[in-house]
Design a binder for this molecule. Sequence first.
Ligand code: FES
Length: 113
Amino acid sequence: MAEWVEAVELDVLRKKKKVLANVGGEDVVVYLFEGEPRAMADICVHKQKRLFKGLIFQGKLICPGHQWAFDVNTGWEEQMGRCQPVYDTRVTNGMVEIFAEPRVIVSPVAVAN
Ligand code: FES
């Protein structure tokens, strides 16, 4: 059964902007967007490059492999119609926690709801 996993102190994330965490055996990129922690699977659904090495630009996490641009909140890649798994996050006593069950959307309709 999935559970919340401690990933990084919020203060550390604020300083580093982006960290790599291990959640249930999976590498997960943890980053801030508009001051709120977000989390996305590190290994790209396209050709397995590491998103940790990518840039966050205009609400997208850009893969360094082939520049697919995943929505920082949903993981949706609009042009390719693919989704990178994302994880729910919360902050408890200054610690960023990640729910160890990724979410994957299958269509942009799901983004709107
Ligand atoms: S490996 Fe990420 S876009 Fe190709």
